[in-house]
Design a protein around this ligand. Structure first.
Ligand code: BGC
Length: 785
């Protein structure tokens, strides 16, 4: 097959065995179900109510039992052949003779929810109906246990709500009534949460009326069946939280300021995000219902430290994990370190490494080795308290704890002793805040921050009318018969020549006119099933039009195309597996679907930090912790790129709020950037080299991320060694030529070649800068196969 044949000719060439299609295939759907079950988290299991014994009669309450939310909305949504709800899943278990389900209750909810859908309400946004008295009585007389389902939906472009009684983070009044009715009438109650992010857990955490709780997340197309696998004990839960579940919404440090303004967000809690806040700040510990890293199993594990020490700058810890119970299961071992407070102040606990066992049978053991670089324990000194713009490992003792949540650990005998303070990496001041007034310190006090940050180049062209830019289609590159004839006869270097090693990419670029070059720096028309546009598309020089497509929860193809793809569990669930291998597998399988549909770049993974429960896109992101986020992102990227498909790590960076996302300014300290908001991206770049990085819509410290030279050329390329191409997010509000200058290579969905040419004519951007961007775009295309 000719290189880029898929992009050029859109062939119908299945990738499976014996000519079978892999898109939405059984094998992928099975993997989706397996991953879903592995990332669901068992939060509560009093009196061993779970798994349900064989033959248990279940009454399923709550419209959530049929109104299943497979994932969030917007670009992260996926068109699938079907979606299985919890009701569907448990009915399958009934057919298998495992449990029994009250059919009339299921019928009531199905009819109610279908009527709401027919009225235009989308899945997950339906209202909770009142339970009819006759059905309640029937259920009470028949069932052994009640299962309550609560579902939540959110999506791109809007944020969630955190007002008690108003739904979303909290229950709606109608849901609360349903819960009260069920708990008043049944002695055994289990709750299943089909949600994409942090929600209120106080209504069941200490309630004796609710004995079992499964945090089932948004589990993809087989999510309801995967939850049923766990409830019935066909799979033993092994998911662990990658976020802290606090007592109330207001207990999160980001809550107070989240809705202060639509124009900016102050990251005043600084590095004290998630468990770093709850475990460190005086008085915060009691605000936690379920700590970071927590998750129950149907068996018990013993975690026994064997050896710990430093080898060539790496802390190595060996532990033996033994399954002490009677059911096979997997355990996640987490290594936390405690750094001396020193001059800079530190979080009390920081996750340094983690590892998951294989499936261990009763009595079986496995030895795991956890490793973390000593350097990873250094803190970033942005204000020069010790040494400005440097990572500093402060003198003192670094102790280590090992366990299966941030709260359930034992201290290791070994400590790392830093005899003196050392600079582990000297960097430069970059992306400093201009208007963040103060930040939180480890003792709960705040320090004032200097005002007035770095000054970047202002747009020197008359600004575009941004209201007219949303959704602009790229120009179709029409060619005349005469042109085509000329190309054929012309003696010119094509991209194929470059691919075959016959010519140098720079020489190809040198042939292009300014207009041709400027045209390359923007998105190209869709072909085939794509709906997020292409990159390249200069046939005169043999440059194919490589299509992009969304993720991360599956290949997104619009329904009208008639292609159904596999919907994977949401990213937060995948992270809760704490199993990079299964994330790799999902990435590779998803990318095979991307390839089969003749698309070359998958706009996945999304790696922003869960700063606030309200961020409407948290379901697409992994964690409040940058190590988990970075490791999972790296695994996903490796999986995708193993199929010769480009991954696009997004949204770089600080896209932690959706309201006014194209103009909201995230104001954040350099330290929090380095240690929290950039760290996951840094890990993924260093471990997996994504072919592309997508900048975010928001401003960061007063300047659009897509035209910030310190962020793109400075941090991403020079410091981290990123070798790929940078794209904007689609139709952002930044000026195209400034992006080119800053190393933002391509503007999507479409570019503005005329503005670049105008800027070039006026001397604001150079041909050299344009060629540099084009070189990286073509460099990426050369990797697609
Ligand atoms: C989203 C991106 C997405 C892009 C293309 C944007 O609105 O923020 O995550 O990849 O659209 O659909």
């Amino acid at each position: 097959m000719k290189k880029w044949a898929r992009a050029l000719y859109q062939p119908c060439l299945p990738l499976g065995r014996n000519g079978q299609r892999v898109t939405g295939c059984e094998e992928h759907i099975l993997l989706s179900r397996k991953a879903a079950a592995e990332g669901m988290v068992l939060l509560k299991n009093e009196k061993s109510i779970l798994p349900f014994e064989k033959g248990t009669r279940l009454a399923l309450f709550g419209k959530g039992s049929v109104d299943y939310v497979k994932g969030g909305g917007g670009s992260g949504d996926v068109t699938t052949a079907y979606v299985r709800s919890l009701q569907d899943g448990l009915e399958i278990k009934e057919e298998e003779g495992k449990v029994q389900v009250l059919a009339s209750l299921g019928k009531f909810y199905r009819e109610n929810v279908s009527a709401q859908y027919a009225g235009g309400i989308q899945p997950g946004m339906t209202a909770e109906p009142e339970i009819p008295c006759d059905l309640l009585e029937k259920a009470k007389a028949w069932a052994d246990a009640a299962v309550i389902s609560i579902c939540r939906f959110s999506g791109e472009g809007w944020d969630r709500k955190g007002i008690p009684g108003d739904g979303d983070f909290y229950l709606t009044r109608e849901e609360q009534n349903m819960v009260d009715t069920v708990t008043a009438n049944f002695e055994k109650v289990v709750v299943v949460l089909n949600v994409g992010g942090m929600v209120d857990t106080s209504w069941f955490c200490d309630s004796e009326k609710i004995q079992g709780v499964l945090l089932a997340w948004q589990g993809g197309m087989e999510g309801g069946l995967a939850a049923a696998d766990l409830l019935c004990g066909d799979v033993n839960p092994s998911g662990k939280l990658t976020d802290t579940f606090a007592r109330t919404f207001d207990d999160y440090p980001s809550s107070a300021g989240f809705n202060e303004s639509e124009d900016y967000v102050d990251y005043t809690e600084d590095i004290y995000v998630g468990y770093r806040y709850f475990e460190t700040i005086p008085g915060a510990a009691e605000k936690v219902n379920y700590p970071f890293g927590f998750g129950l199993s149907y068996t018990e594990f013993a975690i026994e430290p064997l050896r710990a020490g430093e080898e060539d700058g790496t802390i190595c810890v060996d532990v033996r994990v033994t399954n002490m119970g009677s059911r096979a299961g997997k355990e996640v071992v987490q290594l936390y370190y405690r750094a001396p407070q020193g001059v800079l102040g530190k979080p009390l606990e920081v996750l340094g490494a983690f590892a998951k066992t294989e499936l261990l049978g009763a009595g079986q053991s496995q030895v795991l080795r956890l490793k973390m670089p000593v350097k990873a324990m250094a803190s970033y000194d942005d204000l020069g308290k010790i040494q400005a713009s440097a990572y500093v490992l402060e003198a003192g003792n670094y102790s280590f704890r090992i366990g299966n949540s941030v709260r359930n650990t034992v201290k290791l005998d070994y400590e790392y002793q830093a005899a003196q303070t050392v600079v582990t990496e000297q960097l430069e001041r970059k992306c400093a805040p201009a208007a963040l007034k103060s930040r939180l310190l480890a003792d709960g006090s705040y320090e004032e921050l200097p005002q007035g940050g770095d000054v970047y180049e202002k747009n020197r062209l008359i600004p575009q009318d941004i209201d007219t830019l949303e959704g602009v289609e790229p120009d179709v590159q029409g060619i005349t018969y005469q042109e085509k004839k000329e190309w054929r006869n012309a003696d010119r270097i094509t991209l194929e020549d470059v691919a075959e090693g016959k010519a140098d990419l720079r020489r190809l670029l040198a042939q292009l006119s300014d207009r041709e070059l400027a045209g390359l720096l923007g998105g190209q028309v869709n072909t085939g099933t794509a709906n997020t546009y292409g990159m390249g598309n200069l046939p005169a020089y043999g440059i194919p039009n490589i299509m992009t497509a969304d993720g991360p929860a599956g290949l997104r193809i619009r329904e009208e195309c008639g292609v159904y793809t596999t919907a994977w569990p949401c990213a937060t669930l995948l992270a809760c597996t704490w199993n990079p291998e299964i994330v790799f597998e999902a990435g590779a399988a998803g990318a095979a679907e991307v390839k089969e549909n003749n698309i070359g770049v998958w706009l996945t993974p999304a790696m922003n930090i869960h700063r606030s429960p309200l961020c409407g896109r948290n379901f697409e992101y992994y964690s409040e912790d940058p190590l988990v986020s970075g490791k999972m992102g790296a695994a996903m990227i490796r999986g995708i790129q193993s199929q010769h498909i480009g991954a696009s790590m997004k949204h770089f960076c600080c896209n932690n709020k959706e309201t006014n996302r194209k103009d909201s300014n995230s104001r954040v300290s350099e330290r929090a950037l380095r240690e929290i908001y950039l760290k996951g991206f840094e890990i993924a770049v260093k471990e997996a080299q994504p072919w592309t990085v997508m900048t975010s819509y928001n401003l960061m410290n007063g300047y659009p991320t897509s035209c910030n030279p310190e962020l793109l050329n400075g941090i991403l390329r020079e410091e981290w060694g990123f070798e790929g191409m940078v794209t904007t997010d689609w139709w952002n509000h930044a000026e195209h030529y400034l992006e080119v200058k800053a190393g933002g290579d391509i503007k999507m969905g479409c570019g503005y070649p005329d503005r670049i040419l105008e800027a070039k004519e006026k001397g604001f951007v150079s041909r050299e800068e344009m060629e540099k961007c084009a070189e990286r775009i073509l460099g990426m295309i050369l990797k697609v196969d």
